[in-house]
Design a protein around this ligand. Structure first.
Ligand SMILES: Nc1ncnc2c1ncn2[C@@H]1O[C@H](COP(=O)(O)OP(=O)(O)OP(=O)(O)O)[C@@H](O)[C@H]1O
Ligand SMILES: [Mg+2]
Length: 318
């Protein structure tokens, strides 16, 4: 099912960004596009391409398929924002992305202009009311979503009542669509529920956003203990990585907490190299129903998300 027609979004990969990424000149990119019979688009004197052209242009080798769970029980730290913008940026590298909103708040779903209650949610997939393939909505070229609504708050009850195996319940459905996507991202609710544990066990990587403030490290240790517990219980090897979000070099808390994190002998290894700086554009664009990558003149936050996306996709070396 497609709802692309109601989308205002038109995410862009600037030709200058491609030139930087591929380490060649802009005219060189125009030649590359010509050689695959594609043309860049021009708006406000800036050239860009979209997902469809990117899919033809970028030919990545050996990029493993990845299921990612964006999780932390702490609320409001940027799980949904990062899921959404990394998904958009991945699609601009030509990747096919599925995002699964399992947060009954449905913020991710709404941010794509979708009314979750009009669509099936992952709860209905788990219950067997609908096949996972039928629950998928296309929102943008390269981006599909399984929408969320309040019914997702029953996932835990369903799992308890049916004594469902945490380590198999999500995987069974994901396996049916794994081949259709380059990357699948779960946007989790802020909790340690069975639903979140199931997403974690199903994932290849758990991405944990934190805001470097006074309270973040304690919460972080709790999450990591839980991941280790789940890995032991289910004999799994799901890895985790920490995303430093809302980094603000003007505040002592940001500088101190970030420095103690990256210098920690265990946690330091587990941080993504690229931080996401504090930037009002994230909120401003979302409130206009847009992604930060809709802008023709892109701001620092685009660079931050771009670098993080490259790390997540494992394509940093071009
Ligand atoms: N780097 C950033 N700079 C400025 N604002 C940000 C940044 N990241 C996220 N925000 C804003 O912070 C608010 C909370 O972000 P978001 O909804 O992504 O958090 P969340 O972890 O998904 O919340 P919840 O736990 O409720 O699901 C939003 O208004 C978002 O636009
Ligand atoms: Mg959220």
């Amino acid at each position: 099912m497609s709802v692309s027609t109601i989308q205002k979004m038109n995410p862009k990969m600037l030709v200058s960004d491609i030139a930087n990424f591929l380490d060649c000149s802009v005219p060189n990119i125009y030649n590359k596009l010509k050689s695959i019979e594609k043309e860049h688009i021009i708006e406000k004197r800036k050239s860009y391409i979209n997902h469809d052209i990117a899919r033809e242009l970028f030919k990545f080798k050996d990029v493993p398929k990845k299921v990612i769970s964006v999780q932390t029980p702490k609320g409001g730290v940027g799980k949904t924002t990062i899921t959404r913008e990394v998904a958009v940026r991945s699609s601009l590298y030509g990747k096919k992305v599925l995002i699964i909103d399992i947060d009954h708040q449905g913020n991710l779903t709404n941010s794509f202009g979708i009314q979750g209650e009009k669509h099936s949610s992952f709860y209905q997939v788990l219950k067997g009311d609908i096949n996972i393939k039928e629950s998928i909505i296309n929102v943008l070229p390269g981006i599909d979503i399984i929408a969320s609504n309040l019914k997702n708050s029953y996932i835990d009850d369903f799992m308890l009542q049916n004594t469902v195996n945490i380590n198999k319940v999500f995987r069974k459905h994901i396996n049916k669509i794994l081949d259709c996507y380059d990357i699948i991202i779960f946007d989790c609710p802020p909790s340690n529920s069975r639903c979140v544990s199931s997403a974690n066990v199903c994932a290849d990587l758990i991405a944990i956003p934190i805001i470097p403030d006074d309270f973040s490290i304690d919460g972080l240790k709790m999450i990591i203990n839980r991941i280790q517990m789940l890995n032991e219980e289910f004999d799994s090897t799901t890895d985790y990585k920490i995303i430093i979000n809302r980094f603000d070099a003007r505040t002592k808390a940001s500088l101190r907490i970030t420095s103690s994190l990256i210098n920690d002998p265990i946690l330091g290894e587990k941080c993504f190299e690229n931080y996401i700086g504090i930037n009002q554009d994230f909120t401003n664009y979302r409130m206009d129903g847009l992604s930060i990558f809709d802008a023709v003149r892109q701001s620092k936050c685009c660079e931050d998300i771009d670098k993080l996306t490259q790390e997540i996709l494992g394509i940093s070396n071009g």
